[in-house]
Design a protein. Sequence first.
Length: 601
Amino acid sequence: TDPALIRNFCIIAHIDHGKSTLADRMLQLTGVVEQRQMRAQYLDRMDIERERGITIKSQAVRLPWAPSAGEGRDTTHVLNMIDTPGHVDFTYEVSRSLAACEGCILLVDAAQGIEAQTLANLYLAMENELTIIPVLNKIDLPAAQPEKFAAELAHLIGCDPADVLKVSAKTGEGVAELLDKVVAEVPPPVGNADAPARAMIFDSVYDAYRGVVTYVKVVDGALARRERIRMMSTGATHELLEIGVSSPEMSSSDGLGVGEVGYLITGVKDVRQSKVGDTVTLYSKGATEPLGGYKDPKPMVFSGLYPLDGSDYPELREALDKLQLNDAALVYEPETSAALGFGFRVGFLGLLHLDVIRERLEREFGLGLIATAPNVIYRVVMEDGTEYQVTNPSEFPTGKIAEVHEPVVRATLLAPSEFIGAIMELCQTRRGTLLGMDYLSEDRVELRYTLPLAEIVFDFFDALKSKTRGYASLDYEPTGEQAADLVKVDILLHGDKVDAFSAITHKEKAYAYGVRLVAKLRELIPRQNFEVPIQAAIGSRVIARETVRAIRKDVLAKCYGGDISRKRKLLEKQKEGKKRMKMVGNVEVPQEAFIAVLSSD
Ligand code: GTP
């Protein structure tokens, strides 16, 4: 295709503002999906995404479109719509999808206005110098306030409110005009057709039948079927078994030229061999300089995953191996816990990623799991200069520590201005530093904070929502690390340290944390035949203590002489209960106790 006829764009939207619905309408209007095949959210393929209504993996679709007005009228153009993942955990993937585009649609719900995610992604789009087309969606809603939010959008990106398009993805109103506008305003891609081939990978997906499918945008030169390609970050070479475009089903072609977006298949079986952000070139006469912006995926949050039933350990390993084929950001290594037995320390991009993986392990692989409280990665520098990367709190070094560093994020929070006080208070208790504050309109304000990642991984979002009656939105991106006064709090049951309960907290919060956890465990741990002291300690110093008193009577004593079926029922119930217990030393601990550590109330 002549690059002058190509338009590469993406849609930036907050969750639920209607991105998938708009994409569906575009598929229909351009005729690539026939009416009868159309099902809601055609592009969200994974079941779990469908159920949760979130988009995790990005994809690209080629849409033919002949505008009905303006320059290029009646000429069929090639629009490549690149779907961006919608959640904070996937910022890097979003940034690569944006880098593959020349323009983006900034889609905002006309009844809601701008949200933090919209804003964070808009900043990414601006960094990538994309042309931005502001659009209000859901104008069919009675609650829509198109004039108000058009003004807000216009103010934000510096355009005329009259330039904000108003559409309804549901009814299709305004969508054809939007496609015309994409042709008119998004610049065509530029690249050097005679230079050595360079294509950027913006997504790669494992397919059980075809192996890894890699989505690329060709920046310079061309790629053709049967050629040998080289991945510039690793030097690995592969043969291009198939190359083509998806519209939205995959259809193979002879090759891709400058500005084109499509997929490659090389027969590799593991997405780590086809990394997002990497540059693909040809094996012979290849490029020497990769395209900018490549980064290795870096796990930010760690959790121990243990099978409830120890004999499921090999199945858990197999399941993780399988998931990793499709997820370059998932890392894990075996670990042993005195309390929980054999399991894995697993690294995730963030909490959503953790949830998704845990749920898939349970649902797709039928595994019962215990997950330990998620923690971030700490860099501990000892006085003698040795350094440790701590991904498991129980491995926090003892001895003379010089400094502990923790990861921090830059958070963008957006809310009606009446909640400024509540948000500031919350960020204060989470050790945040205010970076700046701006009014987007009279009554909506944007706050920017530096916050320790550890302070937001548990329940920050929930706390924010409850303090702002659901009105605030949040987005964040990792920005580095800071030194902090951090200590390890251990929990001892019956005098034995339970590694799975160890946590790293700020020194000033350690006491409160210990008291709270010990009280909670006392409620959750059932009485045993002996007295069980529960203690929280920093090093050898006990900071909190509770006791679970011993049971005196046999449960069956109550039914003495009673009805036998009632007795049997009671025994069965007890057995059931046992299954969900873990023996820790000689104390039975219910599964809930491990989860309880997670919540802060
Ligand atoms: P994520 O995939 O979670 O990011 O959401 P999304 O932005 O893709 O939103 P989605 O398309 O799933 O739409 C969210 C909800 O809004 C759905 O219930 C849609 O039916 C509804 N919706 C989308 N567009 C419109 C519209 O123009 N009008 C009305 N009334 N509802 C719409």
